[in-house]
Design a protein around this ligand. Sequence first.
Ligand SMILES: [Zn+2]
Length: 96
Amino acid sequence: MAARPHKAMAPTQSEQRMAGRKLQARRLRIWTNDPTCAGCGQVTAFPAGFELDHRVPLSQGGADTDENCQVLCAGPDGCHAKKTATDFGQTRRRRA
Ligand SMILES: [Zn+2]
């Protein structure tokens, strides 16, 4: 029923906000701590098999910390794409 975003591969807001090298370090740190997808429990591959996700979205007051981050499997039908669609509800914020 809900329209799916056409560009599932577009970077998320948080990824755009964080500098690339810093983000990569955080991705590796969190993935190393727990490489399983928080949504479906499958073990994800580094670096392309997962996306970093905020448990509580920043738009809902979540903290931008490792503790608020989790691994979700990537891809158009992955848990990250599904959760992102849920987090933002309607239309994703336009990219500048
Ligand atoms: Zn998953």
